[in-house]
Write a protein that binds this ligand. Structure first.
Ligand code: MN
Length: 168
């Protein structure tokens, strides 16, 4: 017979969970090939399951993630936080993603931030409309997460290589 499991106090199970998280998190980080980074991504998405999947995945890769659930919230968060990159869902409540991208491009501090638009519609003309609104890249859902990270890495590398505008 197997010995009975010792009773675990709530504070002990919390310690255990934290320890497991540390070990597991380190293993995942070792498995990733990307260089360590700490860049801030603004995730604009209204679907809770998608928020969880994208945010968790991106965090494992070392990105910091902040979330906005509508176009108008995206404008506010982008101005407050000046993220390094914006992931923009197109179908959003209040203000849709394309309108939000157009608005973001009017703001000096934000107009050069790379934006990836994500749409589930995949209708003809979607790509052109996203790029015309000011997005750098258009991806249609379902998105391959690895593809998403590769796209993010590429845009951030291009951004870093861009000469800074002289300040007058
Ligand atoms: Mn949506």
């Amino acid at each position: 017979t197997l010995p009975q499991r010792p009773f675990t106090h709530p504070h002990q199970s919390k310690e255990l969970a934290e320890k497991d998280q540390q070990i597991y998190g380190l293993q995942l980080r070792d498995a990733s090939t990307t260089t360590a980074h700490d860049q801030l991504i603004l995730l604009v998405e209204d679907n809770e399951a998608n928020i969880e999947i994208f945010a968790e995945y991106l965090q494992v890769w070392g990105y910091r993630v902040i979330v906005a659930c509508s176009g108008s919230e995206a404008l506010a968060r982008a101005q407050e936080e000046t993220p390094d990159l914006i992931l923009m869902d197109v179908q959003l409540p209040e203000m849709d993603g394309l309108t939000a991208v157009c608005e973001l491009r009017k703001t000096d501090a934000i107009k050069t931030i790379p934006i990836i638009t994500l749409t589930a519609l995949a209708m003809q003309g979607d790509k052109a409309r996203c790029l015309a609104a000011g997005a750098n890249v258009y991806l249609s859902k379902p998105v391959q997460l690895r593809q998403l990270v590769l796209t993010i890495e590429q845009l951030l590398a291009e951004q870093a290589a861009m000469p800074k505008e002289p300040t007058l």
